[in-house]
Design a protein around this ligand. Sequence first.
Ligand code: AMP
Ligand code: MG
Length: 269
Amino acid sequence: MSSNQPLRLVPGMKVRLHEFDPNQKFDWDKDTAVSELGEWQARLEELQELLYADGSQALLVVLQAMDAGGKDGTIEKVFDGVNPLGVTVTSFKAPTPEELAHDFLWRIHKAAPPKGFIGIFNRSHYEDVLVVRVNNLVPPEVWKKRYDQINQFEKILADNGTRLLKFFLHISKDEQKERLQARLDDPTKHWKFSIGDLPVREQWDAYMKAYEDVLTKCNTEYAPWHIIPANRKWVRNLAVIRTIVETLQGMGLKYPPAEPGLDQVVIPD
Ligand code: AMP
Ligand code: MG
């Protein structure tokens, strides 16, 4: 398979989402991708253990998408098989009164993964320049400052041993309609359907504009964004898992040296 480099946005580039095809499948083939997923999962499982054993760095995976964009499904498929002891998952909802009484990064920083761990953010601090911006939850002079504040915050994490990978799961408006309809049609999926998601769908264009700003202004060397074509779940899963595996492989992780004298040890009867 070819390199997944095009998924990673080049810092400084101005992102226009209509130039990214949510149906893109590169030169990948579905049957091969589905059968290879298990191998990628096994690699991720090993690398997660190495990250833990090494103990000097963390990995933070940020997932953002429109409703029904596949955040939950990505977590389920990509991290299937990874030891839950080494992973933290945080889903960010509308802030509580306590969270609102602090700066917007307070709850985020607390959830950042400790060294040795993979942390997954299901939604994130980016909501504070997405839903907050689109719905005018704070004045423009407040949210406009947040792009720089986010870059500075992510730099602190990066400078202190956390690798950041940010994924925007890019689906089309039509695909969202199909997925929402599928949830309506299946009584076992009704719990996933919120009537409140419908006004958000009507704000689609405003969200795309807000996402374009996020992907343009907060795309740095130390915390790059990836646009994942996500209409096809198999493409999405492969693109995300490969990026995570290749990143972990590039982190220079090492098993710690054995205690001196270990080669002399005889386990007593
Ligand atoms: P879900 O991901 O379906 O569980 O929904 C979580 C909801 O929380 C979404 O409607 C988000 O827009 C909302 N949310 C997450 N973070 C924030 C935030 N910082 N401010 C306002 N709403 C938020
Ligand atoms: Mg929802």
